[in-house]
Ligand binder design. Structure first.
Ligand SMILES: O=C(O)[C@@H](CO)OP(=O)(O)O
Length: 252
């Protein structure tokens, strides 16, 4: 049975990742470090001998820019590029734009409460009330605007990501068309993909963090099942990035 390769990564560091602020659906560009991480991700993909046939990003600039820098490194700027709102980051509701440490303080410096909001499968930030300034012309094609989120748990993210991901990315591109697919997205979407493909339980997903700019590879069979566990193209770099993300917000 043929093996299909799926490359998934979180965008390079954004300016607000650097400033320790919740980004969510706010369109924050890459930091200088994030731009370098994107180019390095391109090098890791190339060095691993992987050759994407199609690329998916979200509609947020940090994801699009990371994808373009990877394609540039691969000399494949011409590649078929789909920008999909369902691949956007988790909507962080009223916490968007706030410093993570300030939110930790707001929650009484209670590590469990803060972890629940950031990482629990059901943890939901308070929703945006009234018009959401994040919703601009880029979402005009979404016929039913009521589906656009205002504050999401990981469970809610999976409800909007997975139907699209399974039908379009897995079944159509990867399996039917037998294409190597590159998906450049966000931490919560990468966690959704890991949860789905590796059958991670609702409890265990809370301890999984995703570093910026390090590609992950999933090798799948014709039924969309993993033939071996997913792996990062640079394990050491990934481990460092994961540790950094895990501790965000606890210190100023
Ligand atoms: O700010 C965000 O939108 C996300 C990812 O950058 O933050 P966290 O890792 O805390 O979920």
């Amino acid at each position: 049975m043929p093996t299909h390769k799926l490359i998934v990564l979180r965008h390079g560091e954004s300016r607000w990742n650097h400033e320790n602020k919740f980004c969510g659906w706010i369109d924050i560009p890459l930091s200088e470090k994030g731009k370098d991480e994107a180019t390095r991700a391109g090098a890791l993909i190339k060095d691993a001998g992987l050759d994407p046939d199609v690329v998916y990003t979200s509609r947020l600039t940090r994801s699009i820019d990371t994808g373009l820098r990877i394609l540039d490194h691969l000399n494949k700027a011409w590649l078929d590029h789909h920008k999909v709102w369902q691949l956007n980051e988790r909507h962080y509701g009223q916490y968007q734009g706030r410093n993570k440490h300030d939110v930790f303080v707001l929650l009484g410096e209670d590590k469990q409460k803060f972890h629940y909001i950031r990482r629990d499968y059901h943890g939901t930030p308070p929703a945006v009330e009234g018009p959401d300034p994040c919703i601009d012309a880029r979402y005009n094609d979404v016929v039913n605007q009521a589906v656009l989120p205002r504050g999401e748990s990981l469970e809610m993210v999976m409800k909007r990501v997975m139907p699209f991901f399974i039908q379009e990315v897995l079944n159509h591109q990867l399996i039917q068309m037998d294409r190597t697919v590159l998906v450049v997205t966000h931490g919560s979407v990468v966690r959704s993909v890991i949860k789905h493909l590796s059958h991670v339980s609702d409890d265990d997903i809370s301890s999984i963090n995703v570093p910026t700019g390090v590609p992950l590879v999933f090798e799948l069979d014709d039924h969309g099942e993993l033939v071996k566990d997913y792996y990062y193209l640079d394990q050491e770099l990934a481990a460092k990035g994961i540790e950094k993300v895990r501790n965000e917000g606890l210190q100023k």
